[in-house]
Write a protein that binds this ligand. Structure first.
Ligand code: NAD
Ligand code: MG
Length: 386
């Protein structure tokens, strides 16, 4: 029996996680759920899974959830960022799904690492911000890190068994998002809804915009660097519009191992929940004979300049990836609120990186200082562009 905390339970990954869990009530017990401000959705999840704890963003949201649950379930409702760290480190929990979006996920995910949990990592931003420190904590406390991001889960599945070696390159696949063929001039005026209409995946709005700019792939290159201890030079990105091959590992003998499947996050989630075993995820079987032909092409960096920014940030090291991530979060939020054009997302991030070169990230405090400084500069650039 695995005992779970789900951080970000009300989001796209959280809901898919609980869908897999509900298929195997004999194998999983939900101990804690966190839902930020989505009272109604978290209430339904609490009634269904009867967790011991639920965590909301603040007192008002927590009070609303308590009232909604009164007399029906004994869940204790907590609130605030400290409570997220608390439910990530509970003694009675062995597995933590880290599915909060953005920098807000870093502290609770670190708390899970320090408590030596099995961490199912969806929150890639945590690793982008402070990969070195994060991996150090994972090792120091004997935590187990299993990637949920479909590409990294695929790479994990294709990696050699211990001591075997021989890896030459990691090949991350990318769909190219909704604007792969949109004329460049039209990209200036695309709307948030167009950007979030991903051809293959149904995801939260922030990662959907990241997929449209391909910053998502950039963040994933940095994520792969830390997860698989691989330098930027040995991580390549290839566009694969069908999202059937979720990524590949190339070996020195010329072998290329790929993991395939229908694009449904329940596959990597079930893989990590059950690892090293396998579990039915509810995902329909892949039928290659009737699926569209699989195509591959190199990414166009004029169309997707954010991808280059991420490679450059990884090579620059220190707090530069944290600066990149923070500027991206601010720019994407402004785009989603119709305060910034789609193409300007890249301009804001590039401007922020230019203003904040070579910051160190030797401690978590330095990482959060860089994050705050970058948000400040990104907001100022957005103000100047408006
Ligand atoms: P989402 O927007 O659907 O859900 C985000 C969750 O985080 C929600 O439960 C929300 O309540 C919570 N949340 C938001 N802000 C918070 C804050 N400040 N503090 C605490 N909780 C907060 O996002 P998603 O698509 O589920 O993505 C979650 C993470 O998983 C992201 O890091 C994303 O990059 C990663 N990811 C998602 C997918 C996918 O298919 N959706 C695939 C790969 C990786
Ligand atoms: Mg991914």
């Amino acid at each position: 029996m695995r005992r779970l905390t789900v951080l970000g339970a009300t989001g796209s990954i959280g809901v898919s996680t609980l869908d897999v869990v509900a298929r195997h009530p004999e194998r999983f017990q939900v101990v804690a759920l966190a839902g930020h401000r989505q009272v109604e959705r978290l209430a339904e999840q609490c009634l269904r899974f009867e967790p011991r704890y639920a965590v909301m963003a603040d007192d008002a949201a927590a009070q609303a959830l308590r009232e909604r649950l009164r007399g029906q379930v004994a869940t204790e409702v907590l609130s605030g960022a400290g409570a997220l760290e608390q439910i990530a480190a509970l003694d009675e929990v062995d597995t933590v799904m880290a599915a909060i979006v953005g920098a807000a996920g870093l502290r609770p995910t670190l708390a899970a690492a320090r408590a030596g949990k099995r961490i199912l990592l969806a929150n890639k931003e945590a690793l982008v911000m402070s990969g070195g420190l994060f991996m150090q904590e994972v090792r120091a406390h004997g935590a187990t890190l299993l990637p949920i991001d479909s590409e990294h889960n695929a790479v994990f599945q294709c990696m050699p068994t211990a001591g075997q070696g021989g890896v030459r390159r990691i090949l991350l696949t990318a769909s190219g998002g909704p604007f792969r063929r949109t004329p460049l001039a039209e990209l200036e005026t695309v709307t948030p809804d167009q950007a979030c209409a991903h051809p293959n995946w149904d995801m939260g709005r922030k990662i959907s915009v990241d997929s449209a700019t391909m910053m998502n792939k950039g963040l994933e290159v940095i994520e792969a660097h830390w997860l698989f201890d691989t330098p930027a030079e040995r991580i390549d990105v290839v566009i694969h519009p069908q999202s059937i091959v979720h990524s590949m590992v190339e070996y020195v003998d010329g072998s290329v191992l790929a993991q395939m499947g229908n694009p449904d996050m329940r596959t990597p989630i079930a893989h990590a929940l059950a690892w090293p075993e396998r579990l039915d995820s509810g995902v329909s079987p892949l039928d290659l004979a009737t699926s569209p032909a699989l195509a591959f092409e190199p990414p166009d960096l004029d169309r997707f300049p954010c991808l280059q920014l991420a490679f450059d940030a990884l090579r620059a090291g220190g707090a530069t990836p944290a600066v990149l991530n923070a500027a991206n979060e601010v720019a994407v939020a402004a785009f989603l609120e119709h305060r910034l054009g789609f193409r300007a997302i890249h301009r804001v991030i590039a401007g922020t990186l230019h203003a904040l070169p070579h910051r160190s990230a030797a401690s978590l405090d330095e990482v959060f200082e860089a994050d705050a400084a970058a948000r400040d500069i990104a907001r100022r650039i957005i103000g100047a562009l408006a």
